[in-house]
Design a protein. Structure first.
Length: 251
């Protein structure tokens, strides 16, 4: 393997533009994420943070620019069929848990690997039970989502994402809908994944958590990346006035 191949990022966005109607949401966003890296995207509401995540896994098609995830040129994938292999590699966990309410916890974890990837049900079940242990939900296999707390449902959603054995997990403000006491249990699971080397891209309002877990933090405002760098720089010595003003409001 050449040095270039060794350091080439797993995810690369170059000059990504996206408008909804006449409203530009992303205005030339470029960022990269190393394999095994943890990147946090912060910024005010409406600054394009969640749209960046949705573009990375092909949920939102871009107008201009390029997005590469591993060997996938995401902007060239036009059909749902084309996107299936990418979605196997890039899982996403949303603010709303999006669990199937009439399926048990175990069924929520096993459906996609069996039905979409065609994996062996026995192996998938074993993996699902192991993942429930990882997110500290052993014993909840037969429960339905409505019987769980919000924090427990979000941990099921993380386990469901992991059941697809992805290379990357995108987290879109996954604690925003939770009561404060449930936030820490979800962040603890994400912290474990980051330590284990899972490539993670998080849109978050949890600044102290971003400061702790991120290798690099990107600050977005009005559709552009205003500043990025290691957490020590972003949080302790911000250069841009917009970033300084944002941090004064949220810290």
């Amino acid at each position: 393997m050449t040095p270039d191949q060794q350091v080439r990022p797993l995810i690369e966005l170059q000059g990504v533009h996206k408008s909804f109607g006449s409203f530009p949401v992303l205005k030339g966003v470029s960022l990269s994420v190393q394999d095994g890296g943890v990147v946090c995207i912060i910024g005010p509401s409406g600054s394009g943070k969640s749209t960046i995540l949705r573009c990375i896994n092909g949920l939102t098609p871009i107008d201009r620019g390029t997005i590469r995830v591993g060997s996938f040129a995401v902007e060239t994938l036009k059909s749902d069929k084309d996107l299936v292999p990418l979605r196997h590699q890039v899982a996403m966990v949303f603010q709303q848990y999006n669990l199937f309410p009439h399926r048990t916890v175990l069924q929520n974890l096993t459906m996609a690997p069996i039905q979409v990837l065609g994996e062996d049900p026995t192996q998938v079940r074993e993996r699902a039970l192991s993942l429930l242990a990882k997110v500290r939900l052993t014993g909840k296999e037969a429960a339905y989502p409505g019987e769980l707390s919000g924090g427990q449902q979000q941990r099921v959603a993380i386990a469901r994402a992991l059941a697809m054995q992805p290379r990357v997990i995108l987290f879109d403000e996954v604690t925003a809908a939770l009561d404060p006491e449930m936030v820490s249990e979800v962040l603890s699971v994400i912290r474990d994944l980051a330590r284990e080397g899972m490539t993670c891209v998080l849109v978050t309002h949890e600044m102290r958590f971003a400061e702790e877990v991120a290798d690099e933090v990107f600050f977005t405002d009005r559709g552009v990346i205003v500043e990025h760098g290691p957490p020590s720089t972003i949080f302790k010595a911000p250069g841009d006035e917009r970033l300084k003003s944002f941090l004064e409001k949220v810290l």
